[in-house]
Design a protein around this ligand. Structure first.
Ligand SMILES: C[S@@+](CC[C@H](N)C(=O)[O-])C[C@H]1O[C@@H](n2cnc3c(N)ncnc32)[C@H](O)[C@@H]1O
Length: 214
């Protein structure tokens, strides 16, 4: 369900509070950082959607796309079924031109460096022509701070919000990617009309790139 204008306003005003305590679950009528990124992405999605690295509960597809799409991941997070799990992402298990949109949400930095171009080419292959790709990434400093805050929060309070610690990050993963790398990789994979859009309710500290298969 998309956020109302009022909710976007309250999310904007309360961003500093939310950034330090609302990572995955919405509370007190406010959006978590996760719900917020799914909300921004769902506004860009054009129809049947493939969410790569969907994470716990396949939330984009189930909660924000009313089931219109597929979420896949390499790690058996809570709420995922066999249908969501793939052994690797070297080749996406779908025919070409199957999807209207492909999304990489808060995870292009978790794709091993040497595999990034391959996965983006796979995204291009499974998209229909005029379909779009959406890639989200935080500001580098914000990404570092949020990763550390979530880790510390779990250590101090015994919670399990840190999905990266649960899966254990590999050597070729990073905490963030800079814009230039994302744009260059999208272009190399064949995407055109690449645009950057900021998440205003996160005070511009998070953003997405969209690109089109022409
Ligand atoms: C920080 S989580 C983000 C999860 C979800 N997209 C979200 O926004 O909450 C990073 C995700 O990247 C996934 N991942 C790991 N290796 C990957 C790969 N090679 N390609 C795509 N995603 C991968 C992880 O399993 C995890 O679900």
């Amino acid at each position: 369900m998309k956020r109302s204008t009022w909710k976007q306003f309250t999310d904007f005003v309360t961003f500093p509070l939310r950034a330090f305590i609302l990572f995955h679950e919405d509370r007190w009528g406010l959006s978590s950082l996760a719900s917020e990124r799914f909300d921004y992405v769902s506004r860009e999605v054009m129809g049947y959607c493939l969410d790569i690295g969907c994470g716990r509960h396949n939330r984009l597809i189930n909660e924000f796309m009313a089931g219109r799409g597929k979420g896949i991941d390499v790690f058996p997070y809570e709420g995922l079924t066999e249908e969501n799990l793939v052994p690797d992402l070297f080749t996406f298990p779908f025919e070409e031109s199957t999807f209207d949109s492909v999304t990489f949400i808060a995870n292009i930095n978790h794709v091993p460096r040497s595999q990034r171009d391959k996965e983006l080419s796979e995204a291009y292959r499974v998209l229909r022509s005029n379909g779009n790709i959406i890639v989200t990434m935080g500001n580098p400093l914000a990404e570092l701070v949020v990763h550390k805050v979530v880790w510390l929060y779990d250590k101090l309070l015994g919670t399990t919000y840190d999905m990266d610690s649960e899966r254990v990050m590999g050597e070729e993963e990073e905490y963030y990617l800079i814009d230039r790398e994302i744009v260059e990789r999208l272009s190399r994979a064949g995407f055109q009309r690449i645009e950057k859009k900021y998440f205003f309710t996160q005070w511009g500290l998070n953003h997405l790139f969209s690109g089109c298969k022409t």
